[in-house]
Design a protein around this ligand. Structure first.
Ligand code: 9MR
Length: 365
């Protein structure tokens, strides 16, 4: 039997969501499985029948994926369009990609992703405007005074947000401003401009596209601790100063079994500041090759993240950092680890996929 909560979607759901749910129910009955099962092949009602994006829409959240401009066609493109209603360019909107030479912009790859999103009714999260990493050489090696550097930053923010005006739902305006112990990261911007670079970047982004939602984004801030406390203090201070910040993004790059138990409570405390929150880069890495127990644990981890977001009214959505193990950044960055996404390297759904579907079916906690 389905729980009342699972059926509760009927009351508030859109027509699409109702159809989606009906399809789930039919598949569910004919498979004889339960909606909360994370595993057995025979009890997998949702993978083949209802796109995750429809289940997410029925819950009022977005389900997104990072995507590269080289993967908009074939199997990756069709899975992205069918299963997700939001996309984040994995690298294509970063500074080194869009402004490889000073004042000379290359929008082609970012534009291709935006066009793909539009064609498939997906929203776009812009990633990112100001970061210490993936900066072009002319910027990192240039001989700029502090004033010039600030002007260069503001021009870049203004130019990029203006180019995409009206087409980006949310921008990661400042990415990864903190170190793991909660200090300000001594990257180019903080070193040269101090903490004021953050408010300046938000103000410039807002002036260029007042409708875009503007986010701070970082990893390692999912549980309560020094780093998330630092982010909380920064968000509080920006709000108090009237800086146009709309939300905080929690990247959520996890190791297996390490989703903090207080993730929901932490999301809630940021929401309590009058901010939106979102999970922006979810993945769960493990030693490779994976075994069945690891894949089950990973499904539980994805479930925990989805439920944390669903339990917080201001959580706008969950984005996975790539949906297939074929393309994930993890093996390139963590020796001997991988298998971090909901689809395997052959684009077959894993237990983590079923867990996402089941959590969305179960609904807001
Ligand atoms: O997935 C991205 C990978 O292709 C790049 O090589 C890498 C370079 O730093 O950035 C990866 O994406 C990162 C994101 O932009 C910010 N948060 C951490 C992500 C994983 O490293």
């Amino acid at each position: 039997m389905l729980s009342k909560r699972a059926l509760g979607v009927v009351a508030g759901g859109s027509a699409v969501a109702l159809l989606a749910l009906a399809a789930v129910l039919v598949a569910h009955r004919s498979s004889g499985g339960g909606p909360s099962g994370t595993a057995a092949q025979g009890a997998r009602p949702t993978a083949a029948t209802v796109p995750l994006r429809d289940l997410a829409a029925a819950r009022g959240i977005h389900l997104g994926t990072a995507l590269a401009a080289t993967r908009l066609t074939g199997t990756p493109g069709s899975i992205a369009a069918r299963q997700f209603d939001a996309v984040t360019p994995e690298n294509e909107m970063k500074w080194e990609s869009v402004e490889p030479e000073r004042g000379t912009y290359d929008w082609a790859a970012g534009d291709a992703i935006v066009a793909f999103a539009k064609a498939h009714g997906m929203q776009v999260r812009g990633h990112n405007l100001v970061w210490h990493s993936q900066l072009p050489e002319w910027l990192t090696t240039g001989d700029f005074s502090d004033d010039e550097l600030r002007a260069v930053m503001l021009k870049h923010v203004t130019d990029e947000v203006t180019h995409y005006k009206g087409r980006i739902a949310a921008w990661d305006v400042v990415n990864e401003p903190f170190t793991d112990d909660g200090g300000y990261r001594a990257g180019l911007w903080y070193r040269r401009l101090g903490v004021s670079y953050i408010a300046d970047a938000f103000r410039a982004a807002h002036a260029a596209d007042p409708a875009a939602k503007l986010y701070l984004n970082d990893y390692g801030i999912e549980g309560i601790g020094p780093k998330s406390d630092a982010m909380y203090a920064l968000a509080t201070s920006l709000k108090q100063q009237g800086v146009p910040i709309d939300g905080v993004g929690f990247q959520a790059h996890f190791a297996l079994g390490r989703v903090p138990a207080d993730f929901r409570a932490n999301l809630q405390r940021f929401a309590g500041l009058g901010l939106d929150v979102a999970v922006t880069e979810l993945d769960v890495r493990m030693p490779t090759p994976p075994d069945a127990a690891s894949l089950r644990q990973q499904a539980d981890d994805y479930d925990a993240v989805l439920r944390a977001c669903l339990a917080v009214a201001r959580c706008r959505g969950v984005t996975v950092w790539g949906f297939s193990d074929a393309t994930s950044w993890v093996p390139g960055a963590f020796h001997g680890q991988g298998a971090a996404t909901p689809y395997d390297a052959h684009y077959r759904p894993k237990p983590a996929y079923d867990a996402i579907a089941a959590a969305l079916l179960a609904g807001r906690g």
